[in-house]
Ligand binder design. Sequence first.
Ligand code: NDP
Length: 284
Amino acid sequence: MVARIIDGRSVAAEVRKQAAEEAKLLWEEHGVRPGLAAILVGNDPASEVYVGLKQKACEEAAFTFRRITLPEEASEEEVMEQIHKLNTDEHIHGVMVQLPLPPHLNENKIIDTLSPEKDVDGLHPVNMGRLLLGDEGITPCTPTGIITLLEREGVALRGKHVVIVNRSKIVGRPLMVMMINRDATVTVCHSKTVNLAGHTRAADILVVAVGKPRFITEDMVREGAVVVDVGINRVEGRIVGDVDFDMVKEKAAAITPVPGGVGPMTVAMLLMNVLKAAKRSVEK
Ligand code: NDP
């Protein structure tokens, strides 16, 4: 079997087009332009790239975009002060803090200060809690992108065994809940999992976000599985995922490439979350 390559770029382009169209309507009907503010602390090159991609996507969809850059040594209070200002800024509907933050800053404490209505990364405890209770208002962008990609590709989730190799707050935890909400059966693996390959081989749908190139080899994948590679690794100047793509594609039914798979979907879902927050601000 040779896998179908799932084209995240084209699905993301469709989602972004939809976001732009809906934003235009919002502007015409209510005079509201969706606005995103991104807070970047320090100058991590990867974070700069991600914020740049978000800015470009916002500009293309005619959203307002504001970048707030703080120095590496900024204190928690300084970051929170920016968040407080943005929480009450009526032109800004979504506020995101680019992660990871420098180690002296407490991520959870900072995210707690976001207004849940403007938390377009879906990481505030209120939004995470609602998700856990089965209420998917604003959900984290990467898991939402994965689910959207699979749904648009016609991959059924009900009754499927989904194995997720990751338990982080931005990928594995929310994805686990979103999969359960869609009637999948879920196994979550991490660095302390015993017999990882035994679990991954049992997957109908395997989602991997470890951050290690060629971590998932072909012997770890069941014939006919759907493989979603979330990993982003820089190897000799190139971006690669966590899956040994060339080998695994010979065995899987469908696979997401890196680049061009989950990454573009993450950015597209952020636009959708900003749009959702902007629409809600009108409904109030
Ligand atoms: P984390 O480091 O928080 O998560 C990595 C996960 O992999 C952890 O749950 C860790 O387990 C697990 N892990 C590490 N080593 C092993 C192992 N040997 N066996 C099994 N599990 C293991 O990273 P993130 O969740 O932030 O990101 C993960 C990857 O996804 C990165 O490459 C990142 O760049 C990429 N990413 C891509 C996005 C996209 O849009 N495409 C968006 C977000 C992330 P433990 O919890 O025990 O440490």
